[in-house]
Design a protein around this ligand. Sequence first.
Ligand code: GLU
Length: 373
Amino acid sequence: MRKELLKTVKRVVIKIGSRVLTDSDGALDMAVIGRICDEIAMLRDQGLQVVVVSSGAVAAGRSELGLTDKPRTIPHKQAAAAVGQTRLMQAYETSFTPHNLKTAQVLLTSEDLGSRQRFLNARATLDALLGFGIIPIINENDTVVVDEIKFGDNDNLSALVTNVAEAHLLLILTDIEGFYTADPTTDPEATLIPLIKAVTRDVERVAGGSGSSVGTGGMATKVAAAKKAGKNGVATIMVSGKRKGVITAALRGEEVGTLFLPSDTGLNRRKHWIAYTLKPSGKIVVDDGARNALLKKGKSLLPSGIVKVEGKFERGACVRLTGLDGVEFARGLSDYSSNESSRLIGCKSLEIEGILGYHYGDVIVHRDNLVLL
Ligand code: GLU
């Protein structure tokens, strides 16, 4: 079953926790980072696209600043993250260079992803980076966030990134082998669960999410991340990042760690959200050819099919699509604002850049963001 599921994976988000990346003194463990990068390079050789979500900035900065304990105040944490982030990137650069792979630093905040426009901008950037064969390395932009507006943790961030990056799998590297029936550090009877079909209340209880004292080591946030990714139609595999060869083994479909299956309504939920939760803030009238292409051929809406744009909307907003008869037949998220869309009426996709001076992509409403009514 794993092998079948893994066959469909082309793009993977790999989340690497601080405890995997650091040694017992809390400094970056170059041997581990080197090994992880070697394995990621192998995935790349097999044609997989990889997005990394990496913690470790605060830990790296802490040793750099000579702090013996974890920084306690928020400004100290932020200072440590700022110092550590460059060390962290340097470590990845150094380790990927022998494989001729380049990296890019992407720092996000939860406010960024809460805004559809910034979310789409982040998606477009990641897409472009992957197109160039670069490995994006994402972390939270710790300098500008405090606890109330944080993602909370990089487990949560990695689950959200599966959506931004339109990935097919989330691989969480942590410091234990996977998800256990109880806390393996205190309970000798604890056994590894290789497959979680659904993140139920019981699973959350074992993870320590609802008042239980069983879970430790951030198991609750990992299970929450698996649940969140699952709602987006993405499977999660949790493995020990300390174990050699684990990344390639997991991607080959071997029975390592714990596999969390996605909920099968994943995609529909999103379409449901577009169709029923979002309030359309404008209308795009399309010609018969475009209407036909959207309804019958599964195409995206191109500027050439637009006849009229009504209302005022931002890039990323939900819009109604109607035919010349004024009847709404679809709803979707527009990659261009009302202003931009109006200027693009009837033009060819190739002309977008010439007209606007920039280019977010060839389509006005992408098929993936479109629901037929
Ligand atoms: N952004 C933090 C760091 O890089 C990590 C947060 C987390 O792992 O949850 O140190």
